[in-house]
Design a protein around this ligand. Sequence first.
Ligand code: BG6
Length: 467
Amino acid sequence: MTAADAAATDVAAEHPGPRADVLVLFGVTGDLARKMILPALYRLVERGELTVPVIGVARTDWNTEKLREHVGHSVEAALDDVEPAALQRLQGLVHLVSGDYGDPLTFERLAYAVHRHAGQGAFAVHYLAVPPGLFGAVADGLATVGLHEFARLVVEKPFGRDLDSARALDALLRRHFADERIFRVDHYLGKEPVEDLLVLRFANTLLEPMWNRTWVERIDITMAEDFDVAERGSFYDSVGAVRDVVQNHLLQVLAYLTMDAPHSDAADDQHDAKNRLLRAVRPVDPADVVRGQYIGYRDAAGVAPRSTTETYVALTLHIDNWRWSGVPVHIRAGKALPRTVVDAVVVLRRPPQMLFTGTDGPPPPNRIRLRLQPDAGVTFHVLAKRPGGDDVATELPVSVDFRQVLGPVHAAYERVFEDALAGNPAHFARLDNLEQAWRIVGPILDVGTEPLPYAPGTWGPTEQLRS
Ligand code: BG6
């Protein structure tokens, strides 16, 4: 075997592949497609990475021409550097099949379109940007016309509403698709700064020796958003902050931040390392949780007038393993907060003796702020001598902004589609890890108690966490 053959075999072993000959996009006229997916597909076309037909499916009376116009408007509204030639290439790849997802005729028309535009025997990637309640119907519909056989199914979050429904959904999809042919999207896994947590931790030797209970006092993970639920009221009200961002995005961040090094960079080794970590996380104790709801939320369209859905949550997690035992992890997430920021702050223990306190009291402990959004980077808060006669320590930031130094990165949905088309599962959620995540948040789903009110533009209800 030549070196090139060996490399190709490695890639094949790592990626269940095959590469897509056609992309089928269910929900092509929806909000997610307009805001995220179509702009991402444009970037792929611009870079020459997407050349296969894109067959959009939607319940609409549009025709392909109208869809192509919509693609143009969506891309131009989302991006400010659109090249007309690249946009035309994307528009030229797009075709529409319209119809109800419960109607077998829709799938017959789809099968015809797939064969016509991509040929017999084409490998299809079916991307489901539709409400999760429709996943089963779409998978069944695909199977009735044989479009499940040589295909991969990509499903948007949320994957289930709890542990049981996630398993039930998996069983529904598994009737037609093998596990390695199901990719479960968590777009945080497509974010470069999130993936960079692993590189920062394991490409350096700087952090790892102190990344444990001996040196770390606590970890604070924050996902704050300065906008409210806007026109997503009806979706959000059935979900709430825990299901919307904690069970998926923030537990993925936690895993990257605290797991042991994977054996290799291969998808399954990464998923295995995450799984070992998640299995050690104790289910959340409802006593460790503060739930909030911003004032005015109940007036949003689609929200129940007496809704008890949380738009803010703060909770404490405990990891019962050798590395992290006794180190609390605080997670908070909320809408209508003062700023949009996602970061993780690792607070180190204080030195054994305080030598440089001055009259202001003891200096703060060292903190390492891993910034994920909006200005990806890292800040080390270190202590230095305050100028003057006395030996007094004062805190100052040593900071780097990755984008300023390294240049721009691809958006999360570009990565999601690149990998979905190529068959690389590394940046999708594996079922056992999703199940662990549901187990962890299980005790605080559907609590039904009245959340604490907070004014929009504040940092949430003032009640403090227990630990
Ligand atoms: C989505 C949630 O999954 O992630 C939204 O449904 C949230 O409520 C969004 O605003 C945040 O994503 P990003 O990429 O803007 O941090």
